[in-house]
Design a protein around this ligand. Structure first.
Ligand SMILES: *Cc1c(COP(=O)(O)O)cnc(C)c1O
Length: 822
């Protein structure tokens, strides 16, 4: 074993920080990172066995057992560093130094990814572009993005995102942007920055060595900071500040028209910005966010020497960017992953990794069009794709397009079609069963037709689940409880309505310690679909014991009656089973009481086949300050009851007590493990938590019909919706049978149409609802949001005097769930 120190000189082609993303062992270098949730050092041995021979490890992780493990690994290079992330950044930074090409660096609160994607579309006719895949903009994502640069590229476009102070300086060194774009600054600032100026100051560090900086001066704090502080330290940097109100800098005007917007951009000679022609650019976008992004793009193009006509002709090619990877239920028990953006090698790799994370089905299928990739030859590109497919265990490949077809010799057993219609007409499209299918095609191939044919039809109302938001929320709670506390996540009731299988799969991927379900059947469903981590069943009945034990589920035992029934059952089985002891500390639902404890211990001692995995209880009012004394007494009583049990059985089972509210408000209730529920789904009990959590679910439907109703008419059953003025109403495709509670009838509830709140008019029907859209522009077919980020389930719950839990779990089974990852 050789321990090397920095600098890292590597021949590797792939930088790897997640062992699950291994593709070419011999050509990879693995950076083991000891993070708050994962320790990469645990995977070194397994990677070595798979053929990886270059490793970077952290001094703080070098304990005796790791050293012993490493000493057995022959013929490999190991660099020992203080911080693997910094080492990764250093490797990328040295790589960056080799290239003397223009690089655009983008940061800001919103729009980074869209500006990056749009610019790369707009500039693709003149440059060979290397860009960040998806939104790879973090401390790890940025070096991985920059690492892609090679000799053939003539322009780089990278985004940088930060959440804490002192992060941007490192990213600046890696990206070294020559042209900067500061998209905007949002008003929300997280806990790590005292105010928005501090956040602006940190973000602006990305432009410390740029020759020019584009930003919108209408963000007043940003403008002041840049003109008063930034420019003094960076006098070389030319400011390309634009404004729709100020008369200084570059003046911009947006005219919203019938079929889009016309944009005028006028430079100002006095201020040193170029004078540009004052023609009006046309775009079909109308919303402010898109117009802001487009204006950044136009100014970037002008700066890069494009003229009006070139810009105008390129602008027509812009489309809304959807970088979502969507997981949907398909026909014939299939799951579909739909990804039609980022049709390059990096995008394919990400999508294949997402496919690899899904355990719902064993068989994996890839439907792939010709790919676009600059910088390598066609042959080399398809060789790499074929390698990826082998390494990711894809069982079946369908190639669609002329280019992929002429490289068919690289894909044994694959089927090829020249174009999408040919595939749609073939028999093959109906042959998929019980498989996970990744559908990845460039826009011009129209793969949405394939998705349309394979997806299970819905009645148009969907609950979208944002898996990234869920991961964020999970990690937020994990940070809070620290590494020494385990985490059980409640996925009862279809994971609070979100979809138990997909949620469980995500949680398993992220290494949570336990799952909990209400009934045995819920647990069995998870076991039959690839979930192997421990699962507690909260309401076991003796009739289920057989199923529970054979499926390796663990029952909650809450009374002497059920304990005796279980011990009898297990005696006949002649094996050991794990159980969880539930104590009643004040909820008075299920659970042993204090008086039961002697007999409980006695029974447990005489049943060595029963192993107590955990002892737990449940808090009844941890979310309400008025019950804080009671909560503290519950914690005390729990310890008083659990101590003698541990002593009596001679070992100490894991203890847990805190639900989401308990985690947030009672650190002393966290014990050995916590039970996270509603917090995972984005609902918090404290304002501090709420800022840090993200919305997970969005319930959407659409407008079926629009009518104008004269004064005096009524809308809906029972003539409850009286029209007091001429009213434009829309009928939307959701009713109480979908989970839109009838309590929202007659103006109590509101929904969002194109961002405008529209009240419910009349009574909600079983499958439909009428809303008043007089105040908004809407068309039949438009999307309607029932709840989501801007209309929260908390608000809905309050309106009908219930709790968020009920709003979530009410969404009925006939509403399709669509899962996505950005
Ligand atoms: C549902 C449940 C939880 C989770 O509660 P939240 O308030 O959603 O965090 C924890 N423990 C038990 C026993 C539960 O039934």
């Amino acid at each position: 074993m050789i321990f090397l120190t920095e600098p890292i000189e590597t021949s590797a082609q792939y930088l790897l920080n997640d062992s699950r993303q291994l593709t070419s062992p011999q050509r990879s270098i693995f950076f083991a990172i000891k993070g708050p949730h994962h320790d990469g050092h645990q995977f070194i041995e397994a990677l070595y066995r798979k053929g990886v021979r270059q490793f970077v490890i952290e001094t703080k992780a070098c304990n005796d057992s790791l050293i012993k493990e490493l000493s057995k690994m022959k013929d490999c290079s190991i660099w020992q560093v203080e911080n693997s992330i910094l080492a990764l950044q250093n490797v990328a930074l040295n790589h960056r130094k080799k290239y003397n090409i223009p690089v655009i660096g983008i940061t800001g609160s919103n729009g980074k990814t869209i500006v990056k994607e749009w610019l790369s579309t707009l500039l693709a006719n003149k440059f060979k572009i290397v860009k960040s895949p998806k939104s790879y903009n973090s401390q790890i994502g940025v070096p991985l993005s920059v690492w892609q640069m090679n000799d053939s590229h003539t322009l780089g476009i990278f985004e940088a995102g930060i959440s804490r102070p002192d992060e941007m300086e490192n990213l600046e060194k890696v990206i070294k942007p020559t042209l900067g774009i500061f998209t905007n600054i949002g008003s929300a600032h997280n806990e790590f920055f005292p105010n928005s100026v501090a956040k602006i100051r940190e973000k602006a560090k990305l432009f410390a060595n740029s020759d020019a900086l584009i930003y919108c001066a209408d963000y007043v704090e940003m403008d002041e900071f840049i003109k008063q502080e930034f420019i003094h330290e960076n006098q070389r940097c030319k400011l390309l500040d634009w404004s729709r109100v100020l008369s200084s800098g570059i003046r911009v005007d947006w005219q919203i028209e019938e079929d889009g917007t016309s944009i005028q951009v006028i430079g100002d000679k006095e201020l040193g910005t170029e004078v540009w022609e004052s023609e009006r650019y046309k775009t079909h976008f109308k919303d402010e966010a898109s117009l802001e992004n487009i204006t950044h793009c136009i100014i970037s193009m002008l700066h890069l020497g494009y003229d009006f006509y070139e810009i105008q002709s390129r602008l027509h090619s812009l489309r809304p960017v959807s970088m979502r990877l969507e997981l949907k239920e398909g026909i014939n028990d299939c799951y579909l992953i739909d990804d039609t953006y980022n049709n390059d090698l990096a995008g394919l790799t990400i999508a294949l990794n997402f496919l690899g994370q899904q355990t719902q089905r064993q068989k994996k299928v890839l439907i792939l069009s010709d790919l676009l990739e600059t910088g390598i030859t066609e042959r080399n590109l398809y060789q790499q794709i074929s390698q990826l497919i082998i390494e990711k265990n894809i069982e079946q490949v369908i190639g669609i397009g002329e280019v992929i077809s002429r490289n068919k010799d690289l894909f044994p057993n694959a089927l090829f079609f020249r174009n999408t219609p040919e595939f749609l007409e073939s028999r093959e499209i109906s042959q998929f069963h019980n498989a996970l299918i990744l559908i990845k095609g460039a826009r011009r191939f129209g793969f949405e037709q394939i998705v349309h044919k394979l997806v299970q039809k819905t009645h148009g109302t969907v609950l979208e689940i944002n898996l990234d938001a869920m991961t964020n929320n999970l990690n937020y709670y994990r940070d809070k409880i620290g590494q020494d506390t385990k985490i059980m996540v409640m996925v009862k009731a279809f994971a609070y309505g979100s979809g138990s299988l997909e949620v469980a799969n995500l949680l398993q991927f992220h290494g949570v310690d336990y799952l909990a379900v209400a009934y045995a059947d819920e647990g069995i469903h998870l076991r039959q679909n690839g979930i192997y981590i421990p699962i507690m069943v909260m309401n076991p009945s003796p009739a289920d014991f057989e199923k529970i034990v054979t499926n390796n589920l663990e029952p909650e035992i809450y009374s002497l009656r059920i304990l005796k029934a279980f011990s009898e059952f297990i005696d006949h089985q002649n094996r050991v089973a794990k159980i969880h002891i539930k104590l009643d500390t004040g909820m008075h639902r299920l659970g042993f009481e204090k008086k039961d404890i002697p007999e409980l211990i006695e029974t447990l001692r005489s049943n060595p086949n029963i192993w107590i995995s955990t002892i737990f209880s449940h808090l009844v009012g941890a979310d309400e300050e008025q019950f804080d004394d009671f909560t503290r007494s519950q914690i005390r009583l729990f310890n008083e009851m659990a101590d003698p049990i541990s002593a009596g059985i001679g070992y100490s089972p894991t203890r847990h007590l805190a639900n989401s509210a308990g985690i947030a408000r009672f650190p002393e209730a966290r014990q050995d493990m916590v039970r996270l529920g509603i917090g995972l789904y984005g609902v918090a009990v404290t304002p501090h938590d709420q800022i840090n959590l993200q919305t997970v679910g969005t319930l959407k439907t659409f407008i079926s019909q629009i009518k104008t109703i004269p004064v005096g008419e009524t809308v809906g059953y029972g003539r409850r919706g009286k029209v007091e003025r001429e009213t434009k109403i829309a009928t939307i495709a959701i009713g109480y049978a979908d989970g839109f509670d009838r309590g929202f009838s007659r103006g109590v509830g509101e929904v969002l149409v194109n961002g405008v709140r529209c009240p419910v008019i009349g009574n909600i029907c079983m499958d439909m609802t009428m809303i008043d859209i007089t105040e908004t522009q809407a068309q039949e077919g438009d999307e309607v949001i029932i709840f989501g980020k801007d209309l929260t389930i908390m608000e809905l719950a309050e309106k009908i005097q219930t709790i968020s839990y009920e709003i979530l779990t009410n969404v009925s089974g006939r509403v399709k769930r669509v899962f996505y990852q950005i």
